[in-house]
Design a protein around this ligand. Structure first.
Ligand code: C5P
Length: 607
């Protein structure tokens, strides 16, 4: 598909077409047709349309923007409500630009009723039946209030639509893009924020329309962000948002009472969600409404830390395949969060990923979608449910710990799920039982429950807490390549470098001293990992990352657990920032993150 310069519709063409069709633009449908080629091409450029895009165009009218989209090389599925206009559009395009007619399909429908790929199926403008890849972008010229419902409906129905460019009345556009606290922030702003980020990217003069409208227009660019919550919560969020903004001046306590039984219940829900019931809707971001929706359904959230192994001594494999360990775990401030929504029709799990600031990010490429029944968080929740005959629940997992990085991300999911489920199901399992369940889920799960710093023996799941005085500053550098824990242990076995005697020893008093010292230099002298050599053989680039961390000034650098994350211990926060910056610039490093330790174990949280 090529960009082909086309003759776009001039003001004269527009009037002629309208006359020929007997179209008098109706106020009811908000019909104002753009007749300025410069504006049309600007819209297409702002929408970043490239050949290969499949664009849903809502409200093509006489086809002026449609031609500009076709000119940019896109396939266009145009949805037009007006029957006469929908019938005329294929002819207009065929007459003026026959060579691109095979890239246009016209659907005569209300855009809100177009909810699936089948609804978009229509013959092309030159009568062919073609099957197209799913749509990638939305472009719409919707001057009146239908704009927000249409955009929300298309975003919900077509997950492959990753961006949109919408021409709307200025006030509507500003409301779409508003942030909490703004005077025009309202229900449309929050609902769009569920799907992504909207920005006003420019104004459009009244003079480019025929007939000239009495309002100003703007262009709103929208970019979809990865989902931040379970889709099953969306209707709940909508209901709370509508209630919160139905009377802007009311506090949440009063505004939400009708959809939460009464004001007292609103207070309990707000407390569980960490939100002040005296606030008004306009202060709440979409995250806050999601927290309220979870709490209203009796949802409980917990988080749990990732870990580094400051010491990892490994003995020869046992008959069950596991290796006896002498390890010193340190929990760090990168945490996974798990929310349990009880009383659902079926079990399910949703996984989303966030960056260090908590913003949703795409799944890392080495994340392989695990089957629900294998997801450690779901397995943990089901174990708790089995103990108390709880109904199915939905499990939401928000991941911050590097995936497949040797930092116990999966184990932290399990630990957080145990704690959240225990409360959400009111299972009242005591600590001993929780630790038994944790052990049955994986060797590192008990430590993610415990947190802090612990000596771990046997599989790493027999724990003795350690006293630690100061905070440790870590930099964690992830790799693009993941390493499988069993593969690293297998390489270790091949090398026959196990140290059986070491496992019988106690930690010396040098450890006690090192952990009591404000200066972590002593601790740095004790850092050791028996798996490091095996990890470096499987991922040789790790040697360069370790060297770089040391050159950048880290007191010690090691592979974390089975790797490939490299953990660098720093003297203080300033140094940690320097090391972070240096590692972030290293070609073999994917991300370099700051973290503190020791961090708390799994615990219920409001957010
Ligand atoms: O228990 P978990 O599933 O977290 O362990 C993952 C894998 O790591 C095990 O299947 C085993 O191959 C290896 N492992 C080990 N010895 C340990 C802990 C883990 O060999 N102490």
């Amino acid at each position: 598909m090529e960009n082909v310069p086309l003759q776009l519709l001039s003001p004269g063409d527009i009037r002629q077409l309208a006359d020929a069709l007997g179209v008098a633009p109706t106020k009811k449908l908000g019909q104002n047709f753009v007749h300025d080629a410069g504006t049309l091409r600007r819209i297409v450029a702002s929408a970043e349309i490239t050949p290969g895009d499949h664009v849903i165009e809502v409200g093509p009218g006489l086809g002026s923007l449609t031609l500009a989209l076709l000119e940019a090389g896109a396939r266009v599925s145009a949805i037009e409500l007006d029957g006469a206009l929908a019938a005329a559009l294929p002819r207009t395009v065929k007459d003026r630009a026959g060579e691109v007619a095979s890239r246009l399909r016209v659907v005569n429908a209300d855009a809100c009723a177009v909810t699936g790929l089948r609804d978009l199926e229509a013959p092309t403008a030159n009568g062919e039946v073609a099957s197209w890849e799913p749509p990638t972008k939305l472009v719409a010229n919707l001057p009146y209030n239908v704009s927000v419902p249409v955009v929300l409906s298309i975003l919900a129905s077509f997950p492959t639509v990753t961006s949109a460019l919408i021409m709307v009345q200025k006030e509507v556009g500003e409301r779409m893009a508003a942030r909490p606290g703004s005077r025009v922030y309202g229900a449309p702003s929050v609902k769009l924020a569920w799907w992504g980020e909207a920005r006003v990217v420019g104004g459009v003069a009244r003079t480019v329309f025929w007939p000239q409208p009495h309002v100003d227009s703007v262009l709103v660019a929208f970019a979809r962000t990865p989902a931040r919550a379970w889709e099953g919560l969306r209707e709940d969020v909508w209901e709370l948002v509508d209630a919160a903004f139905s009377q802007r001046r009311k506090t949440l306590r009063r505004a939400l009472a009708p959809v939460c039984t009464n004001a007292q219940r609103v207070e309990a829900i707000c407390a569980a969600a960490g939100i002040d019931p005296r606030w008004r809707g306009e202060a709440l971001g979409v995250e806050d409404f999601i927290a309220l929706a979870r709490a209203r359904r009796g949802g409980v959230s917990a988080d749990a830390p990732g870990k580094v192994n400051v010491l990892l001594e490994v003995g020869p494999a046992r008959s069950d395949g596991y290796h006896p360990l002498l390890t010193v775990f340190e929990a760090v401030s990168l945490r996974e969060r798990v929310s349990i929504i009880p009383d659902c029709d079926a079990w399910g799990v949703t996984t989303c990923f966030v960056d260090a600031e908590g913003n949703p990010t795409p799944a890392p490429h080495r994340w392989h979608e695990v089957a629900d029944e294998d997801h450690l968080a779901l397995r943990a929740a089901r174990l708790v449910a089995d103990e108390c005959q709880a109904a199915p629940a939905h499990v939401e997992v928000t991941k911050m710990i590097p995936v497949a990085g040797g930092m116990a991300g999966g184990s932290a999911d399990a630990a957080a799920a145990l704690v959240a489920a225990n409360k959400a199901f009111d299972a009242r399992l005591d600590e001993t039982r929780l630790y038994e369940l944790a052990r049955s889920l994986g060797a590192d799960v008990p430590f993610c429950l415990a947190g802090g710093m612990c000596v771990g023996r046997e599989r790493g799941d027999v724990l003795t807490p350690l006293e630690v005085t100061p905070t440790h500053h870590w930099v964690l550098a992830t790799s693009r390549q993941g390493l499988s824990t069993p593969a690293v242990f297998a390489r270790f076995d091949e090398k026959k470098s196990a140290s059986p005697r070491a496992l019988e020893r106690e930690l010396g008093c040098d450890w006690e001293e090192a952990l009591a010292e404000e200066d972590p230099a002593k601790l740095a002298g004790l850092v050791a990992n028996d798996l490091e050599e095996a990890a470096c053989e499987l991922a040789p680039h790790l040697r360069a990352v370790l060297d770089e961390a040391r050159r950048a000034g880290a007191l010690a650098a090691m592979v974390s657990g089975s790797g490939p994350t490299v953990a660098a211990l720093c003297a203080h926060e300033t140094q940690a920032r320097e090391v972070r910056d240096r590692l972030a610039a290293h070609p073999h490093v994917e991300r370099a993150l700051l973290a503190n330790g020791p961090a708390a174990g799994a615990r219920v949280v409001t957010r």
